[in-house]
Design a binder for this molecule. Structure first.
Ligand SMILES: C[C@@](CO)(OP(=O)(O)O)[C@H](O)COP(=O)(O)OP(=O)(O)OC[C@H]1O[C@@H](n2ccc(N)nc2=O)[C@H](O)[C@@H]1O
Ligand SMILES: Nc1ncnc2c1ncn2[C@@H]1O[C@H](COP(=O)(O)OP(=O)(O)O)[C@@H](O)[C@H]1O
Length: 302
């Protein structure tokens, strides 16, 4: 059952897919977390969260990828929607702000453990939605700290627009000039463990990401992105050989730039028009009906 078929939600929040257009691993912290430089945008395909006040806390799920999702609120292995609810509630209640029981519904449209940050996007959308539902506000730095406690990707998902992410992902610089692209996401439905990919990465210090100043046109950005990399792509391809086939399918369908997002296995292709992106998605779906394929547009800051 989709969110729209369930009556009574006070609001719904989009949880868009996160795309690492480039991801350079440039070091490692003493605690083991890797230092990144990542060019990030968001696509208009994703999960959705429905929120309503309720007599008691409730959590329901639906959507193509709902099966097997954790439904508990445990700190380790729990659902990020519930972890976001509990962490925000604790923070608000510690300051005497009411944060009553809620019904949260997750419509899970994004494949799980796929490098496009579905869980992180869900957590960020839950934080945003609950603040609205509860009529509360949290100072941005404090909300950023709550987000980071949920995961390295959650602060960027809270921002939700083109950005450069540094540190372990939490140092965010807005990129107002990054254009919107026609994009196709393809995932072979092989789940990839993010910690495992970081663990098997051999080179922890790689050349930094060069973001030339004054880029305005899509062609200038595409040319600069062509010189960038995803340093997690090599370890992911070793563990999940089908990534090569995904990448080849996007190239064969006419993408101007093809790369893996995050720790994989989703690859994206950028296209010169929405029409060519939709044609490519149809072609890839026809040859691989079992894969997740989504034609979309990436967001802009304005
Ligand atoms: C690789 C990226 C790129 O955007 O995306 P995904 O593939 O998850 O979408 C992120 O860095 C993933 O962020 P996120 O999925 O939130 O990671 P977390 O839950 O915080 O961390 C999971 C584990 O990944 C490793 N990790 C994560 C982030 C980072 N900068 N260095 C790391 O080494 C650590 O082993 C950590 O315990
Ligand atoms: N709401 C959620 N959506 C997806 N995964 C979740 C969620 N809550 C917890 N998880 C767990 O988080 C892990 C990473 O999932 P996900 O965010 O989809 O990965 P990625 O960032 O690589 O796309 C999975 O092991 C999954 O069980």
């Amino acid at each position: 059952m989709h969110l729209d078929d369930i009556p009574g939600f006070a609001l719904t929040c989009a949880a868009p897919a996160k795309i690492n257009l480039a991801l350079h691993v440039v070091g490692q912290r003493a605690d083991g977390h890797h230092l990144l430089q990542s060019l990030v945008t968001f696509a208009d395909c994703g999960d959705r969260i429905g929120l309503a006040s309720a007599d008691a806390d409730r959590f329901t799920v639906s959507g193509r990828f709902a099966d097997g999702l954790p439904l508990s609120a445990e700190k380790t292995g729990g659902n990020l929607v519930l972890r976001a609810r509990d962490l925000l509630r604790r923070d608000l209640m510690s300051r005497g702000i009411a944060a009553g029981p809620v019904h949260l519904h997750l419509e899970k449209n994004l494949p799980v453990a796929s490098g496009i940050g579905g869980g992180s996007a869900d957590a960020a959308a839950t934080l945003r939605g609950l603040l609205t539902l509860w009529g509360a506000s949290v100072e941005p730095a404090r909300l950023g700290a709550v987000a980071l406690e949920l995961g390295a990707d959650v602060p960027m998902c809270l921002d939700g627009r083109p950005l450069l992410a540094e540190g372990i992902g939490e140092e965010i610089t807005a990129l107002p000039d990054l254009p919107s692209f026609a994009i196709v996401l393809v995932n072979p439905l092989v789940a990839v463990s993010t910690p495992m990919i970081f663990r098997t990465l051999v080179n922890k210090v790689n050349p930094p990401l060069d973001l030339p100043k004054g880029m305005n046109t899509a062609a200038e950005w595409l040319s600069a992105m062509g010189d960038m990399r995803n340093d997690l792509e090599a370890p992911a391809r070793r563990l999940v050989p089908v990534i090569e086939e995904v990448s080849v399918s996007l190239k064969a369908a006419g993408a101007t730039l093809v790369r893996m997002s995050g720790s994989g296995a989703t690859c994206f292709g950028l296209f010169d028009s929405d029409e060519s992106a939709h044609r490519a998605a149809e072609r890839i779906s026809a040859s691989h009906p079992e894969w997740y394929v989504c034609a979309a547009r990436t967001t802009r800051r304005d």
